[in-house]
Ligand binder design. Structure first.
Ligand SMILES: CC(=O)[C@@H](O)[C@H](O)COP(=O)(O)O
Ligand SMILES: NCC(=O)COP(=O)(O)O
Length: 246
Protein backbone atom coordinates (compact mmCIF):
# COMPACT_ATOMS: atom_id res chain seq x y z
CA UNK A 1 0.00 0.00 0.00
CA UNK A 2 1.39 3.38 -1.02
CA UNK A 3 1.92 6.24 1.40
CA UNK A 4 1.49 9.61 -0.28
CA UNK A 5 2.52 12.46 1.98
CA UNK A 6 0.54 15.67 1.78
CA UNK A 7 2.89 18.66 2.07
CA UNK A 8 0.24 21.41 2.30
CA UNK A 9 1.06 22.25 5.88
CA UNK A 10 4.73 22.80 5.23
CA UNK A 11 3.51 25.60 2.98
CA UNK A 12 1.06 26.78 5.66
CA UNK A 13 3.96 27.27 8.05
CA UNK A 14 6.08 28.99 5.41
CA UNK A 15 3.24 31.33 4.50
CA UNK A 16 2.76 32.39 8.13
CA UNK A 17 5.91 34.52 7.79
CA UNK A 18 5.68 35.24 4.09
CA UNK A 19 9.17 33.96 3.32
CA UNK A 20 10.57 30.80 1.81
CA UNK A 21 11.14 28.67 4.94
CA UNK A 22 10.24 25.86 5.47
CA UNK A 23 10.32 24.77 1.86
CA UNK A 24 7.61 22.32 0.70
CA UNK A 25 9.85 21.06 -2.10
CA UNK A 26 12.64 20.22 0.35
CA UNK A 27 10.02 18.48 2.49
CA UNK A 28 8.89 16.46 -0.54
CA UNK A 29 12.46 15.31 -1.14
CA UNK A 30 12.89 14.47 2.55
CA UNK A 31 9.74 12.37 2.86
CA UNK A 32 10.54 10.48 -0.34
CA UNK A 33 14.06 9.77 0.91
CA UNK A 34 12.47 8.51 4.14
CA UNK A 35 10.28 6.01 2.33
CA UNK A 36 7.12 7.77 1.16
CA UNK A 37 5.81 6.57 -2.20
CA UNK A 38 4.46 9.84 -3.48
CA UNK A 39 3.51 13.42 -2.77
CA UNK A 40 0.03 14.89 -2.46
CA UNK A 41 -0.68 18.61 -2.60
CA UNK A 42 -3.93 20.54 -2.69
CA UNK A 43 -3.77 23.70 -4.77
CA UNK A 44 -6.72 25.54 -3.29
CA UNK A 45 -8.45 28.23 -5.31
CA UNK A 46 -7.42 30.77 -2.64
CA UNK A 47 -3.79 29.48 -2.62
CA UNK A 48 -3.83 29.50 1.17
CA UNK A 49 -0.97 27.02 1.41
CA UNK A 50 0.43 25.47 -1.77
CA UNK A 51 0.96 28.08 -4.48
CA UNK A 52 1.41 27.96 -8.24
CA UNK A 53 5.18 28.37 -7.95
CA UNK A 54 5.30 25.34 -5.62
CA UNK A 55 3.38 23.28 -8.14
CA UNK A 56 5.75 24.29 -10.92
CA UNK A 57 8.75 23.31 -8.79
CA UNK A 58 7.21 19.99 -7.76
CA UNK A 59 6.77 18.99 -11.37
CA UNK A 60 10.22 20.23 -12.35
CA UNK A 61 12.18 18.88 -9.40
CA UNK A 62 10.40 15.96 -7.75
CA UNK A 63 10.44 12.77 -9.82
CA UNK A 64 7.78 10.91 -7.84
CA UNK A 65 4.13 9.95 -8.09
CA UNK A 66 2.44 13.35 -7.70
CA UNK A 67 -1.20 13.49 -6.66
CA UNK A 68 -2.74 16.87 -7.52
CA UNK A 69 -5.76 17.60 -5.33
CA UNK A 70 -8.05 20.31 -6.58
CA UNK A 71 -11.57 21.54 -7.06
CA UNK A 72 -13.03 20.66 -10.47
CA UNK A 73 -13.03 24.28 -11.67
CA UNK A 74 -12.10 25.20 -15.25
CA UNK A 75 -8.93 26.95 -14.00
CA UNK A 76 -7.72 23.93 -12.02
CA UNK A 77 -8.65 21.41 -14.69
CA UNK A 78 -6.64 23.37 -17.27
CA UNK A 79 -3.64 23.65 -14.92
CA UNK A 80 -3.67 19.98 -14.02
CA UNK A 81 -4.16 18.86 -17.62
CA UNK A 82 -1.09 20.91 -18.53
CA UNK A 83 1.09 19.30 -15.88
CA UNK A 84 -0.20 15.76 -16.44
CA UNK A 85 0.52 14.34 -12.98
CA UNK A 86 0.31 10.60 -12.38
CA UNK A 87 -2.85 11.23 -10.39
CA UNK A 88 -5.32 13.91 -9.53
CA UNK A 89 -8.04 13.91 -6.93
CA UNK A 90 -11.11 16.08 -7.39
CA UNK A 91 -12.34 17.42 -4.06
CA UNK A 92 -15.14 19.73 -2.94
CA UNK A 93 -13.93 23.14 -1.80
CA UNK A 94 -15.57 25.80 0.29
CA UNK A 95 -13.96 29.18 0.93
CA UNK A 96 -14.77 29.29 4.64
CA UNK A 97 -13.82 25.73 5.58
CA UNK A 98 -10.65 25.00 7.57
CA UNK A 99 -10.11 21.80 5.63
CA UNK A 100 -12.10 19.55 3.30
CA UNK A 101 -15.26 18.82 5.24
CA UNK A 102 -16.95 16.12 3.21
CA UNK A 103 -16.96 14.13 0.01
CA UNK A 104 -17.91 15.36 -3.44
CA UNK A 105 -21.60 15.60 -4.29
CA UNK A 106 -21.23 13.82 -7.63
CA UNK A 107 -24.89 14.15 -8.58
CA UNK A 108 -24.75 17.93 -8.06
CA UNK A 109 -21.50 18.10 -10.06
CA UNK A 110 -23.46 16.95 -13.11
CA UNK A 111 -22.13 17.27 -16.63
CA UNK A 112 -19.26 19.69 -15.79
CA UNK A 113 -17.81 17.16 -13.35
CA UNK A 114 -18.19 14.35 -15.88
CA UNK A 115 -16.42 16.50 -18.48
CA UNK A 116 -13.60 17.35 -16.07
CA UNK A 117 -13.05 13.65 -15.39
CA UNK A 118 -13.05 12.82 -19.10
CA UNK A 119 -10.70 15.68 -19.96
CA UNK A 120 -8.15 14.76 -17.28
CA UNK A 121 -8.36 11.02 -17.95
CA UNK A 122 -7.89 11.78 -21.63
CA UNK A 123 -4.55 13.36 -20.72
CA UNK A 124 -3.43 10.07 -19.18
CA UNK A 125 -4.03 11.18 -15.58
CA UNK A 126 -5.51 8.72 -13.07
CA UNK A 127 -8.60 10.59 -11.90
CA UNK A 128 -9.86 9.98 -8.41
CA UNK A 129 -12.93 11.45 -6.72
CA UNK A 130 -12.81 12.29 -3.02
CA UNK A 131 -16.05 10.85 -1.69
CA UNK A 132 -17.84 9.83 1.46
CA UNK A 133 -17.31 6.15 2.29
CA UNK A 134 -20.61 5.12 0.82
CA UNK A 135 -21.26 2.44 -1.84
CA UNK A 136 -23.73 4.75 -3.62
CA UNK A 137 -21.08 7.44 -3.98
CA UNK A 138 -18.71 4.78 -5.31
CA UNK A 139 -21.31 3.76 -7.91
CA UNK A 140 -21.73 7.41 -8.99
CA UNK A 141 -17.95 7.86 -9.28
CA UNK A 142 -17.78 4.77 -11.46
CA UNK A 143 -20.71 5.93 -13.58
CA UNK A 144 -19.03 9.23 -14.45
CA UNK A 145 -15.80 7.56 -15.51
CA UNK A 146 -13.44 7.98 -12.54
CA UNK A 147 -10.67 5.41 -12.33
CA UNK A 148 -10.25 5.73 -8.58
CA UNK A 149 -11.96 6.96 -5.46
CA UNK A 150 -10.45 8.36 -2.30
CA UNK A 151 -12.62 7.62 0.72
CA UNK A 152 -12.88 10.47 3.21
CA UNK A 153 -11.61 9.04 6.50
CA UNK A 154 -12.22 12.17 8.56
CA UNK A 155 -15.22 10.94 10.51
CA UNK A 156 -13.44 7.64 11.22
CA UNK A 157 -10.20 9.29 12.31
CA UNK A 158 -11.90 11.93 14.45
CA UNK A 159 -14.53 9.66 16.04
CA UNK A 160 -15.11 10.50 19.69
CA UNK A 161 -15.50 6.89 20.85
CA UNK A 162 -14.79 3.33 19.76
CA UNK A 163 -18.40 2.58 18.81
CA UNK A 164 -18.53 5.48 16.39
CA UNK A 165 -15.08 4.64 15.04
CA UNK A 166 -16.11 1.03 14.50
CA UNK A 167 -19.22 2.10 12.61
CA UNK A 168 -17.19 4.48 10.44
CA UNK A 169 -14.64 1.76 9.73
CA UNK A 170 -17.47 -0.54 8.65
CA UNK A 171 -18.65 2.16 6.22
CA UNK A 172 -15.12 2.51 4.82
CA UNK A 173 -14.86 -1.25 4.38
CA UNK A 174 -18.23 -1.50 2.62
CA UNK A 175 -17.26 1.33 0.26
CA UNK A 176 -13.88 -0.31 -0.40
CA UNK A 177 -15.61 -3.57 -1.33
CA UNK A 178 -17.91 -1.64 -3.70
CA UNK A 179 -14.94 0.13 -5.31
CA UNK A 180 -13.02 -3.11 -5.77
CA UNK A 181 -16.09 -4.82 -7.26
CA UNK A 182 -16.51 -1.92 -9.70
CA UNK A 183 -12.85 -2.14 -10.75
CA UNK A 184 -11.92 1.22 -9.21
CA UNK A 185 -8.64 1.83 -7.43
CA UNK A 186 -9.45 2.65 -3.83
CA UNK A 187 -7.53 5.23 -1.79
CA UNK A 188 -8.22 6.69 1.64
CA UNK A 189 -7.29 9.84 3.45
CA UNK A 190 -8.02 12.71 5.76
CA UNK A 191 -7.11 13.08 9.39
CA UNK A 192 -5.23 9.76 9.63
CA UNK A 193 -2.76 9.30 12.48
CA UNK A 194 -0.37 6.63 13.77
CA UNK A 195 -3.26 5.23 15.80
CA UNK A 196 -5.88 5.21 13.07
CA UNK A 197 -3.97 4.22 9.94
CA UNK A 198 -3.55 0.56 10.93
CA UNK A 199 -7.18 -0.46 10.47
CA UNK A 200 -7.21 1.30 7.11
CA UNK A 201 -4.08 -0.58 6.04
CA UNK A 202 -5.71 -3.80 7.23
CA UNK A 203 -8.64 -3.22 4.87
CA UNK A 204 -8.35 -5.36 1.73
CA UNK A 205 -8.52 -3.24 -1.41
CA UNK A 206 -7.08 0.04 -0.16
CA UNK A 207 -4.12 0.80 -2.39
CA UNK A 208 -3.00 4.20 -1.09
CA UNK A 209 -3.34 6.50 1.88
CA UNK A 210 -2.59 10.21 1.75
CA UNK A 211 -1.59 11.76 5.03
CA UNK A 212 -0.55 15.30 5.80
CA UNK A 213 -1.68 17.31 8.79
CA UNK A 214 -0.90 14.78 11.52
CA UNK A 215 2.38 13.69 9.96
CA UNK A 216 3.71 17.22 9.47
CA UNK A 217 2.69 18.02 13.07
CA UNK A 218 4.42 14.89 14.38
CA UNK A 219 7.52 15.87 12.41
CA UNK A 220 7.86 18.98 14.58
CA UNK A 221 8.58 16.64 17.49
CA UNK A 222 10.28 13.69 15.79
CA UNK A 223 11.71 15.08 12.57
CA UNK A 224 10.28 14.40 9.13
CA UNK A 225 12.22 11.20 8.31
CA UNK A 226 11.33 9.69 11.70
CA UNK A 227 7.67 10.65 11.31
CA UNK A 228 7.53 8.97 7.89
CA UNK A 229 9.24 5.87 9.31
CA UNK A 230 6.82 5.85 12.25
CA UNK A 231 3.83 6.09 9.88
CA UNK A 232 5.27 3.36 7.66
CA UNK A 233 5.63 1.10 10.70
CA UNK A 234 1.98 1.73 11.67
CA UNK A 235 0.94 0.91 8.10
CA UNK A 236 3.07 -2.25 8.09
CA UNK A 237 1.41 -3.40 11.30
CA UNK A 238 -2.02 -2.94 9.67
CA UNK A 239 -0.92 -4.72 6.51
CA UNK A 240 0.13 -7.72 8.60
CA UNK A 241 -3.49 -7.98 9.74
CA UNK A 242 -4.87 -7.80 6.19
CA UNK A 243 -6.55 -11.09 5.22
CA UNK A 244 -4.17 -13.21 3.16
CA UNK A 245 -6.55 -13.64 0.21
CA UNK A 246 -5.49 -10.32 -1.34
C1 LIG B 1 -8.83 16.05 0.33
C2 LIG B 1 -8.33 16.05 1.70
O1 LIG B 1 -8.85 15.47 2.56
C3 LIG B 1 -7.14 16.78 2.08
O2 LIG B 1 -6.11 16.63 1.22
C4 LIG B 1 -7.40 18.21 2.20
O3 LIG B 1 -8.12 18.66 1.09
C5 LIG B 1 -6.11 18.92 2.29
O4 LIG B 1 -6.39 20.25 2.12
P1 LIG B 1 -6.03 21.20 3.29
O5 LIG B 1 -4.57 20.95 3.53
O6 LIG B 1 -6.34 22.54 2.75
O7 LIG B 1 -6.85 20.81 4.49
N1 LIG C 1 -6.38 13.44 0.80
C1 LIG C 1 -6.08 13.52 2.18
C2 LIG C 1 -4.80 14.19 2.37
O1 LIG C 1 -4.12 14.52 1.42
C3 LIG C 1 -4.27 14.46 3.70
O2 LIG C 1 -5.25 14.85 4.59
P1 LIG C 1 -4.76 15.23 6.08
O3 LIG C 1 -3.91 14.09 6.61
O4 LIG C 1 -3.92 16.48 5.94
O5 LIG C 1 -6.01 15.42 6.86
Amino acid sequence: MRLSVNIDHVATLRNARGGSHPCPIAAAHAVLAAGADGITFHLREDRRHIRDADVARLFAEVPARLNFEMAATPEMVALCAGYRPAACCLVPEKRAELTTEGGLDIAAGGQPLREAVAHLAGRGIEVSLFIEPDPEAVARAHAIGAQAVELHTGRYAEAADDTTRGAELARIRAATRAATAAGLACHAGHGLTYATVGAIAATPGIAEVSIGHFLIGAALMEGLPAAVAHMRAAIAEGLRQRPAAE
